[in-house]
Design a binder for this molecule. Structure first.
Ligand code: FAD
Length: 279
């Protein structure tokens, strides 16, 4: 963990772009509440193939107009180089200087991965402009499509060599996976900030389904305890808050360079964890 301790702590909150005016209204209340915690930045996800480009931009611009730093995500799968260049120019013209660069996942039935196959290629395209602060994703429990842990680490290193400035992890509940991952990165000479991605636990059954697909393991003890609570929403929430607060506390105590919260557009769980951590 030594390489991580030298970085200043960065706290950030992630949203997804709402589909409806009501969703946008709800998100407005959420970001306004979370802005009081003074995160370094907010970020907003980007649907595969650019399906949410306008809504991602709208969300980011609204937050930016209120004086906060906001980073749009951008994904490359299924896109042409010209699409990506146009999106980058658009972001630049709106005064956006911070971006989260992802490969994205091909929607089922989609024919082709497009011209830019991996996030490392996307980072190289963004870096050509020399304008953006670039965040990339990494996976302490390894990406589900990786051929091996070693190859996944090599892919991560390629993104850094292409010009990434910082990384945000997939969420995890096994804290040792983060420590081991950081140590493996250190051994490869990777020393950029690797900020843990934190998923507060609200709806457990939804989280369990989602986790199976995205390379995040729910430990057996946690799964069984949560399942034993059935539909008792208050107890699920309470256990989730205890577990995730302790995870964050241990990460920060060990020297993690901040936390990135997957807020799911809700302020409640994230701000309760924040208060309990006394940040
Ligand atoms: P990559 O780094 O390209 O890696 C993808 C896979 O390819 C890995 O298995 C890697 O090992 C392998 N690989 C990479 N390079 C090579 C190579 N040269 N040869 C062979 N194999 C290679 N998705 C969205 O659609 N929109 C979002 O806004 C979004 N935001 C996210 C934010 C965070 C913080 C995280 C952790 C994930 C996010 N995702 C988002 C999900 C992400 O798009 C998926 O996890 C996707 O499957 C991988 O994206 P990546 O950028 O990590 O891909």
């Amino acid at each position: 963990m030594e390489s991580q301790k030298k970085h200043p702590r960065t706290f950030s909150f992630e949203f997804f772009p709402p589909k409806t005016p009501e969703g946008m209204e709800k998100l407005r209340a959420t970001w306004k509440q979370l802005a009081q915690l003074k995160p370094r930045f907010f970020s907003c996800t980007y649907g595969a193939g650019g399906s949410t480009r306008d809504r991602t931009l709208e969300t980011v611009l609204e937050i930016q107009a209120a004086g906060h730093r906001a980073a749009p995500h951008i994904s490359c799968i299924g896109a042409t180089r010209a699409d990506i260049a146009a999106t980058l120019e658009l972001y630049k013209s709106k005064g956006i200087g911070h971006i989260v660069a992802l490969r994205g996942d091909l929607p089922s039935g989609a024919a082709s991965a497009g011209e830019v196959r991996y996030a490392s290629d996307l980072v190289a395209l963004i870096r050509e402009r020399n304008h953006f602060h670039i965040e990339v994703a990494c996976y302490p429990e390894f990406h589900p499509q990786a051929r091996s842990p070693r190859e996944d680490l090599a892919s991560f290193k390629r993104k850094i060599e292409a010009g990434a400035d910082a990384a945000i992890t997939q969420y995890f509940y096994n804290i040792d996976s983060y420590f081991r991952f950081v140590d493996d990165c250190e051994a490869l000479g990777i020393d950029l900030p690797i900020v843990p991605g934190i998923m507060p636990i609200g709806n457990f059954s939804q989280l369990a389904r989602f986790s199976d697909n995205c390379g995040a393991e729910i430990p057996r003890w946690l799964r069984l305890k949560m399942q034993s609570l059935g539909d008792d929403v208050a107890s699920i929430r309470s256990l989730g808050l205890d577990v995730v607060t302790e995870l964050c506390d241990r990460l920060l105590s060990a020297g993690a360079p901040g936390l990135h919260f997957y807020t799911m557009n809700q302020a409640g769980l994230t701000s309760t964890i924040w208060q309990r951590l006394d940040l």
